[in-house]
Ligand binder design. Structure first.
Ligand code: PMV
Length: 325
């Protein structure tokens, strides 16, 4: 059977969420957790298998099915396809679950389109084909079409992170440019346990900014300065400065009313347990926080498990009833 695989990473926004929607820069990094998809040709209507459910692209009766139809419509026609997809990112968790699924699905379908129908390609050949430069633009467009179904005005940072991974600076006007960390960044991700809607949070900020344009301009200017300084800190390997800049970004986000009690509690617990800085990541209103850890001592930088600071932050969250990784 002809089949093709696609995969994509989740992301954390290190600094700059929400402001990025208004043209300001943001910093993001791909994480190891992500999404995977397997596409095969089928007869009848195209279908997406996700979370134990089968959703038909036509008639598309719910948002995920509409998003799948929009994604397929933005790719070269491959005929009816059946795509099985899975993600190890929590939906509504601020870790780019939806974008990672979109990019993984689009990659699998783009790879299938390039596979000769009669040949039995191996899964790894299919996955490799999906990563060719020729597919990259089509995959990004298809993932953007998927994202627009859920979120009217996406900046594109989530789909960019899902497609490229790594650490990068992003603006709507200029896309991504790599930021090269001098040292590895060690982060813990904590979950509020509350799923949040990116669309609602972006709309909340839009309403606030309509009513208070001066607040909007001041917040965006402040976040822009923090993001540019943070890019310097990352490239200089100054984790202490980066942590302070993350804390300041969290204060500005709280001033835009996108923080919650659980987000503030997770950040406080992390700082008390030794994190250099902590903030929400993604849209806020629930979702996840990131905590920046002191780098492990030189000579002991191999395994994440050897970072005692991570253990302390995760234990503090666990004792307070929150999960993290
Ligand atoms: O919650 P997430 O992972 O979808 O991140 C959204 C980031 C925002 O800046 C709030 C929205 C956007 O489109 O950039």
């Amino acid at each position: 059977m002809t089949e093709a695989l696609g995969e994509a990473s989740g992301k954390v926004i290190l600094l700059g969420e929400h402001a990025v929607v208004y043209g300001a820069p943001a910093l993001a990094a791909g994480i190891e957790r992500g999404a995977r998809a397997r596409a095969t040709r089928c007869s009848g209507a195209s279908a997406l298998l996700l979370g134990g459910r089968e959703l038909r692209a036509a008639p598309a009766e719910e948002d995920v099915a509409r998003a799948f139809a929009a994604l397929l419509g933005a790719l070269p026609d491959v005929g009816p396809v059946r795509v099985e997809a899975e993600s190890d990112l929590p939906p509504g968790g601020g870790l780019g679950s939806s974008a990672a699924l979109a990019v993984a699905i689009a990659r699998s379908v783009a790879a299938l389109a390039r596979a000769p129908a009669a040949s039995a390609r191996t899964a790894s050949e299919g996955a490799a084909a999906a990563h060719t430069a020729a597919d990259a633009a089509a995959v990004t467009d298809a993932a953007a079409a998927w994202e627009r179904v859920f979120h009217g005005n996406p900046s594109g940072i989530d789909t960019t992170a899902a497609a490229r991974g790594g650490c990068f600076r992003f603006t709507r006007a200029h896309g991504a440019t790599s930021v090269a960390p001098r040292d590895d960044l060690w982060l813990c991700v904590g979950s509020t346990g509350v799923s949040s809607s990116t669309r609602s949070m972006v709309e909340l900020v839009a309403r606030l900014f309509e009513r208070k344009p001066t607040l909007a301009a001041t917040s965006i200017a402040g976040i822009t300065a923090l993001v540019e300084n943070a890019a310097f800190a990352i490239e200089a390997g100054d984790a202490v400065a980066l942590g302070r800049l993350m804390d300041l970004n969290q204060m500005l986000l709280a001033g835009m009313f996108v923080s919650t009690e659980a987000i503030e509690a997770l950040c406080k617990l992390a700082r008390e347990a030794g994190a250099l800085g902590a903030k929400l990541t993604g849209a806020g209103g629930g979702g996840s926080v990131i905590a920046l850890l002191p780098p492990p001592p030189p000579g002991n930088r191999g395994a994440a498990a050897s970072n005692g600071a991570a253990d302390r932050v995760l234990a503090a969250w666990r004792d307070a009833g929150y999960s993290g990784f």
